[in-house]
Design a protein around this ligand. Structure first.
Ligand code: NAD
Ligand code: WQD
Length: 344
């Protein structure tokens, strides 16, 4: 019988790609999502790729009894991957309480229910944002956690602490915390991808929308940083590569291979790419120009950060395989698919 996994936020960007990889690995997936930042059509995309329509609950993870009903209806859920969260950094500055509730109460509900329903482990979506501007690059998992620059970033730090305290208190489950660097791109089939709400805040959706003519011009936030070309540096990671790491993490917990009940891994490529390099890689790969202008720095931006992914490489046996160049082509194909569908 297939092992059952509950994926919160499973119709979202990273969640949907992970659902496809879980299905390919032989898991039965149950999605819970309140559709606050995604669409039910994503289920069609997942089904087109895998041939399997996941069970779907339109439920808010703040609703503890709603979650409880899912555990009762689907006896034997073995693990949870918890993606559901609000993720817009700027919005979190204006609506901090909404962010604290949505990102913290949802986790508390899940952790409180896990022992009762014998859920063995939870994979948690954390972020390189917990490192702030690291003193040493590439950044390893034992780098100090810097004071958060936004309520969103703080929720990730608090989430990590809640999980750590729960495990140290001896609660009967395991956890793997995955710190993502900058996920980009889309499934190679272009059946699923990122669907930004309104004007994109993140670089790659802004690049693809500008290339499509939806936006007039990309603003590059600063060219006076202490980097080779003056623009900021990030570690852009292919979303399918990222999704695959979740399957490995889940296997590891359920097969009892974890060395500790709590493990933390960076998920990045180990390669830093500047904003200007990313634009030129996009133009080279797609043959489409991206009009851009240099503007002032964006408040709160980190100058440069990229991962040391050796811990994940060695312990999980996972390595990011796709190049930024190829990944940007998948993002462009997805943007074209959205145009075909009349969405953007
Ligand atoms: P996303 O917004 O596309 O997906 C999140 C999903 O969760 C959405 O479908 C949304 O509708 C759902 N959701 C939100 N609150 C919910 C609630 N209370 N109950 C049920 N469903 C709820 O975001 P994503 O980019 O796929 O991010 C997934 C996770 O990864 C988040 O926890 C995010 O903080 C984390 N993360 C993302 C990035 C990134 O750059 N995309 C980087 C690091 C970490
Ligand atoms: C990347 C680079 C910008 C838009 C954010 C969150 C972080 C994580 C990922 C969840 C930066 C530059 C961007 C534009 C630009 N999310 N840029 N023009 O800031 O690394 O991280 O998303 O955990 O927490 O903070 O990603 O895609 O916004 O920016 O020049 O229109 O692109 O300055 O250098 P960021 P991003």
């Amino acid at each position: 019988m297939k092992k059952k996994i509950l994926v919160t936020g499973g119709t979202g960007y990273i969640g949907s790609h992970t659902v496809v990889e879980l299905q390919a690995a032989g898991y039965e997936v149950i999605i819970v999502d309140n559709l606050s930042n995604s669409n039910k059509d994503v289920l069609d995309g997942i089904e087109k790729i895998s041939g399997i329509r996941p069970v779907f609950y339109e439920t808010d993870c703040n609703d503890k009894s709603g979650l409880q009903n899912i555990f009762i209806e689907h006896k034997g859920i073995k693990g949870i991957i918890h993606f559901a969260a609000s993720k817009a950094v700027g919005e979190s500055v204006h609506n901090p309480l909404e962010y604290y509730r949505n990102n913290i109460v949802t986790l508390l509900n899940l952790l409180e229910l896990m022992p009762e329903y014998h859920i063995e482990g939870i994979v948690f979506s954390s972020s390189c944002t917990v490192y702030g501007q690291p003193d040493i690059l590439p950044v390893t998992e034992d780098a100090p956690i810097k004071p958060a620059l936004s309520p969103y970033g703080n929720t990730k730090q608090i989430n990590e602490e809640i999980i750590r305290d729960a495990i140290y208190a001896g609660l009967p489950f395991k956890s793997i915390i995955l710190r993502y660097f900058n996920p980009i791109g889309a499934h190679p089939s272009a059946e699923i991808g990122e669907l930004p709400n309104g004007v994109p805040q993140n670089l790659v959706p802004f690049v693809t929308q500008t290339a499509m003519g939806i936006r007039q011009e990309l603003s590059v936030f600063g060219d006076d940083y202490d980097t080779p070309d003056g623009s900021c540096i990030r570690d852009y990671i292919n979303v399918v590569d990222l999704a695959k790491a979740h399957v490995i993490a889940m296997n590891r917990m359920l097969e009892d291979k974890s060395e500790d009940n709590l493990e933390i891994f960076n998920l990045g490529t180990g390669r830093g790419v500047s904003v200007l390099e990313l634009i030129s890689a996009f133009e080279k790969g797609t043959g489409v120009k991206v009009p851009y202008k240099i503007v002032g720095r964006r408040e709160g931006d980190i100058e440069k950060v990229w991962a040391n992914p050796e811990h994940a490489n060695k312990v999980l046996g996972w390595t990011a395989k796709e190049t930024v160049e190829d990944t940007l082509i998948t993002a462009w194909n997805w943007q074209n698919k959205l145009r075909e569908r009349g969405i953007q």
